[in-house]
Design a protein around this ligand. Structure first.
Ligand code: NIG
Ligand code: FE
Length: 390
């Protein structure tokens, strides 16, 4: 593979923790990419000669976004549910059954094509790492199928058999299946185990059920993460801390005790998903309270057909800044290193020599434009070889 010189970078935001706002900004630099890794970073004027040279003409380059929470493998359409919600029908998770029926009925080729199209859409908006959950199969065969397909495009796969209890199955029977045959069959294709812990919902799981599901996953080598405190106050955050989960995601309704628990457990990242609040008309999480208490936060899309059908990390950053009071720097860090931390990854979410060439280019001179120009497609992942798709 031939080396690629990215010259004329006006602003390189390394997110390495140094300098003002911990952004590690370098100006007027060049980057050499070789064999998928960053081989050199230095002053533009001192850049070496490479086989291919691309002039970025003063644009900003940032780490590729790490989207640590998505549900990208599914079939079917729930736009009517969204339209109804906009007239006041609340979200309660009941629509998941619609997606489960459509997904079970779709063959591998159909699901693979849908997944590829959504992954490519995310990449064209600057995302270079995707976490992908199962959870729309809810039977042994389909859950395994969804994880097999997801594992074709990412190593960050999550078994979410405990999404909801499927129609026609007794709750206790379903939990026994999830914690027995289903987790055993899915574990070879998954890195993580997740559960929708929401005792107030008729569809999801309470604290004891959620703990048992997480422990069953951990017993076969999966690492825990939790959907918690989305629809109301609840035990999700504290359960995540108790089991040492890498992330507790949503955190829309958190108490002082939840915040204290997170502040004393830096290994558990609070992942905020503001696209969900946008698409369900829920209140936004109190991100400032979390940050001011010293809690590590991440930003992710939660791209799914029910609560947020958007894979746009720039939109999540714009919402975090406009609606949750984050500075543009805090939002960018949450969408890169913060999100990487919630996947227990230190190799992604930052730009450094020797690291993967996961780079995103902005049609802008500064990362601040991510929030300043909402809805404008300024971010795209840099393709190490061949033509830029945009
Ligand atoms: O993260 N809360 C649970 N699961 C998804 C939504 C699933 C759906 O409605 O299809 C979420 O919001
Ligand atoms: Fe989710």
């Amino acid at each position: 593979m031939s080396a690629l010189l990215l010259a004329g970078i006006g602003e390189l935001v390394t997110c390495d923790g140094s300098g003002p706002d911990r952004l590690g900004i370098m100006r007027d630099v060049a980057v050499v990419v070789d064999a998928g890794r960053i081989a050199w970073i230095g002053p533009d004027a001192a850049a070496p000669t490479c086989d291919t040279r691309r002039d970025l003409a003063g644009r900003s380059v940032i780490p590729g976004f790490v989207d640590s929470h998505t549900h990208l493998v599914f079939a079917g359409d729930r736009s009517a549910e969204f339209a109804a919600r906009m007239t006041g029908v609340p979200y309660d998770g009941g629509g998941i059954a619609t997606t489960v029926a459509a997904t079970r009925g779709a063959d591998d080729e159909t699901l693979r094509a849908l997944l590829a199209s959504r992954a490519s859409e995310a990449r064209r908006q600057g995302t270079t790492t995707l976490e992908i959950k199962s959870g729309y199969g809810l039977d042994v065969r389909t859950e395994q199928r969804l994880l097999r397909l997801a594992s074709e495009i990412t190593s960050e796969t999550t078994f979410l058999g405990a999404h909801v209890v499927p129609a026609g199955v007794q709750r206790d029977d379903y939990l026994a299946l999830v914690m027995g045959e289903m987790v055993a069959t899915c574990a070879p294709y998954a890195r993580w185990i997740d559960v929708f812990c929401e005792p107030g919902s008729a569809h999801a799981f309470d604290e004891d059920e959620s703990r048992a599901v997480l422990q069953a996953g951990m017993a076969v080598g999966l690492l825990p993460r939790v959907h918690g405190n989305q629809l109301g106050p609840g035990p999700g955050v504290r359960l995540a801390v108790e089991v040492g989960a890498a992330g507790v995601d949503h955190c829309t309704y958190v108490s002082d005790a939840d915040i204290d628990a997170l502040a004393s457990a830096p290994e558990t990242v609070a992942t905020l998903l503001p696209g969900v609040e946008f698409s369900t008309r829920s209140p936004y999480p109190d991100a400032r309270r979390l940050l001011d208490a010293g809690v590590q936060i991440a930003l992710a899309s939660d791209c799914n057909p029910g609560t947020c059908y958007s894979s746009s990390m720039p939109l999540m950053i714009a919402l975090a800044v406009r609606e949750m009071g984050l500075t543009p720097a805090e939002a960018l860090l949450a969408a890169t290193v913060g999100s990487a931390q919630s996947l227990r990854r230190s190799d992604i979410g930052r730009i450094e020599v020797g690291g993967p060439a996961d780079l995103t280019m902005l049609e802008a001179p500064s990362y601040v434009h991510l929030a300043y120009r909402p809805g404008v497609p300024i971010a795209s992942a840099i393709e190490p070889e061949g033509e830029q798709t945009r």
